[in-house]
Design a protein around this ligand. Structure first.
Ligand code: NAP
Length: 336
């Protein structure tokens, strides 16, 4: 067994009714379907597997909803014409899944998995409990890279954002700074020009990483401006963002620059380290799935931002969670 996998061994031949403590030294809880993660993909997979009578157990992680719960208003999720907060949306998704019998374990994170030789697959949570599952749906999402500069954390949600689609609307006729020079930064900066009066792209080099088509569109847009060879050193403001301290990386010169918002797009990292060496991942670390949300391990499915580096929307994650749950149900039924 490699270092990446569980260090506790399991006797899978023990009858289902008796918890196996022979090899692990700890009680082993047997489950049908385990869902790791409680974002839109995970909670939707929970709803669908619960309605299929699969009695799913969800490990919510340390924050119900993950990234989406940090979004103060979601206006592009169909069915909610007046918008709602990310937190309210995930609470609604949670209660809908629970209504059909999904069990959601709050503040509980999976720390180890072993998909080798399964099913059943084995998992361990941060409270030391071990589980066995006939099928697993992985929905642990991705994390926006942070600048890790003073003011960033304090002003997140009050002018600092990692999602133009979510927050752009609040910057109508305002001035914003976009940090980054890749496809995401330029695409999101262009999106922000629909609302903001001026968008300044702050990039650490003197040429963009973004593709040529995006670059052409960006340079042709009157609202877009570029501050080259520069990084954001500090984000300033009392209640909300008021300015940034910019540092020219060539001259070292520092400048205070007034702005209403700072949008940071310096990449995302899928939260896939837990599955390293077990689930196939692409060059960026995203879990590879087929169109039915199947991973390289039969019986292990993945949905949402852990496997989607293109769309990254609540609506697409919900769709992928649905597909993963339906594939899971079909796979379990075929084994009976
Ligand atoms: P990315 O391509 O890795 O670009 C990240 C950008 O942020 C780079 O310009 C990088 O600068 C800058 N950066 C990184 N760390 C920084 C730091 N600490 N401080 C300041 N700047 C920093 O990430 P992405 O734009 O999110 O794209 C990820 C992948 O998705 C890429 O393969 C991209 O092509 C793809 N994508 C495609 C589309 C599309 O096709 N429409 C849209 C979005 C994303 P350097 O350039 O100096 O490294």
């Amino acid at each position: 067994m490699s270092d990446d996998k569980l260090t506790f061994a399991l006797n899978t031949s023990t009858p289902q009714s008796e918890p196996d403590t022979s090899l692990t030294g700890e009680a082993l809880q047997r489950e049908n379907v385990i869902i790791i993660g409680s974002g839109p993909a995970g909670l939707t997979a929970a709803l669908y597997t619960a309605r299929a009578n699969l009695n799913p157990l969800v490990f919510a992680g340390h924050e119900l909803g993950g990234q989406v719960s940090l979004t103060h208003e979601i206006e592009n999720y169909p069915g909610f014409p007046d918008g709602l907060s990310g937190q309210e949306l995930v609470e609604r998704m949670k209660s809908q899944a629970e209504r059909f019998g999904a069990r959601i374990k709050m503040f509980s994170a999976v720390t180890e998995v072993d998909f080798s030789g399964g099913p059943p697959f084995t998992l361990k949570t941060d409270d030391g409990q071990a589980y066995e599952a006939e099928a697993v749906i992985v929905t642990v999402g991705a994390t926006s890279r942070h600048l890790n500069v003073p003011g960033e954390k304090e002003l997140t949600g009050n002018g600092v954002s990692y999602c133009a689609t979510c927050d752009g609307f609040f910057f109508r006729d305002k001035q914003v700074v976009v940090v980054g020079g890749g496809d995401s930064a330029i695409e999101e900066a262009l999106f922000l020009t629909k609302f903001a009066s001026r968008v300044d792209v702050v990039h650490r080099r003197d040429e963009l990483r973004a593709g040529q088509t995006l670059q052409k569109r960006a340079f042709a847009n009157d609202k877009m401006h570029f501050i080259w060879d520069t990084v954001v050193d500090t984000i300033q403001g009392d209640q909300a963002v008021e300015s940034v301290l910019l540092r020219n990386v060539k001259s070292g010169d520092m400048t205070e620059y007034k702005t209403d918002g700072v949008f940071i797009f310096i990449g995302h990292d899928p939260n896939s380290d837990l599955f390293k060496g077990q689930l196939e991942r692409d060059e960026f670390g995203y879990v590879v799935t087929d169109s039915q949300m199947r991973t390289n391990i039969e019986g292990v499915f993945a949905a949402g931002e852990i496997q989607d580096r293109i769309f990254r929307q609540v609506a697409t994650s919900v769709g992928q969670g649905t597909a993963a749950a339906m594939s899971c149900e079909r796979w379990l039924a075929a084994r009976e």
